[in-house]
Design a protein around this ligand. Structure first.
Ligand SMILES: [Zn+2]
Length: 345
């Protein structure tokens, strides 16, 4: 039996007053994993994955955020669920499956660089691969919930296509961030359905003819070269990056996505398509730069109160410079009982 509870309060037919969300709403669907940060001899565990990070970052910005993904009945799954809850993300649509092992990603951070590992350096286990939520689960989710303002997708699946179709039809903004190029019918359909396609130049070539399938607005980030955006058929607009002393660039792209969405003056799809994204993207680039000065993809949220973040962004935009004066907080290690204390197997 699938859960029928809403990630807000009540289904649409009931008391409208009571279910009115406080702020903007996002449903983030796709890659949600346990992140293990390795920095020297320090280990930290947190919920991660692009879909998990974008939901948590938007919750930090005051949004009503939910994520839909699969996880296993294991210490890694229990930790990621609890960590998302701590970040204010609804776990109603996190589906625990006994026949599934929670995917884990090791993030090795040293000297300002960030490398990913998909196997455990301690116990040697190869980590489980991503599996999308089932279509009937997605169907149940869209049927029993109010329309979110934004549907964020980072993985191609039948469930993602179904949700994008329904939520677009209902007037929601569909944001697609492909993790790699693809040419399947589903990939092309998601490009077609998305109002906003955002990607990293390291994952998808901005000159790719695949982007012709999309009629939405395109945004891409290109590390030190900055970020770019364009409306369909127009030239790219450039937004420079902010040079800072980075210690961990991991998660900067997810902060760019969340801060860009938060800085949009309207989330109504027609209005987003007419919006000049230069200033929102400039804000997002500044937030992303500050995120590179903390350890861990989401630690920015724990290091800065929102007001302090915005004040620091204003200063960074004015001076093009920000030096950290305190040592970055280290993400904490899980105390859950597991055979391997690194990957929580
Ligand atoms: Zn391990």
């Amino acid at each position: 039996m699938l859960p029928v509870a809403s990630w807000r309060t009540l289904p649409m037919m009931e008391n409208k007053q009571a279910e009115e969300p406080k702020g903007r709403t996002v449903l983030s669907v796709g890659y949600v994993v346990l992140d293990v940060l390795v920095h020297g001899d320090c280990l930290g565990h947190s919920a991660g994955g692009t879909a998990g990070n974008v939901a948590a970052n938007l919750s930090y910005f005051g949004w009503d955020a939910a994520t839909a993904a699969l996880h296993g009945d294991d210490p890694a799954g229990n930790h990621l669920r609890a960590d998302l809850k701590k970040a204010g993300v609804s776990s109603t649509w996190l589906l625990e499956r006994k026949d599934f092992t929670t995917p884990v990603v090791i993030h090795e951070v040293s000297n300002g660089s960030h490398n990913f590992r998909f196997g455990c350096p301690v116990c040697g286990r190869k980590f489980a691969r991503f599996r999308p939520i089932p279509v009937d689960f997605a169907e149940d989710l869209v049927e029993s919930n109010r329309q979110p303002d934004v549907l964020f997708l980072d993985r191609v699946s039948a469930a993602a296509v179904l949700m994008a179709e329904r939520i677009r039809d209902g007037g929601g903004l569909v944001v697609f961030e492909p993790s790699m190029p693809g040419d399947s019918q589903k990939f092309r359909r998601l490009l077609e359905l998305a109002h906003l396609v955002k990607f990293s130049a390291s994952r998808l070539d901005p000159t790719s003819c695949l982007l012709n399938e999309s009629s939405g607005t395109h945004v891409y980030t290109d590390g030190d070269n900055g970020a770019y955006w364009r409306r369909k058929g127009e030239a790219w607009n450039h937004v420079p990056h902010f040079p800072v002393d980075a210690i961990d660039p991991g998660g900067a792209g997810d902060w760019t996505t969340a801060a860009l969405l938060d800085a949009l003056p309207s989330l109504v799809p027609d209005e987003v398509e007419r919006t000049d994204l230069t200033e929102p993207l400039r804000y997002a680039q500044a937030v992303a730069a500050l995120s590179c000065q903390v350890l861990g993809a989401r630690s920015l949220a724990y290091e800065y109160e929102r007001e302090k973040l915005d004040a620091t962004v204003v200063n960074l935009q004015k001076t093009n410079h920000h030096k950290r004066t305190s040592r970055p907080r280290r993400p904490s290690k899980s105390r859950r009982s597991a055979t391997c204390t690194a990957c929580l197997a």
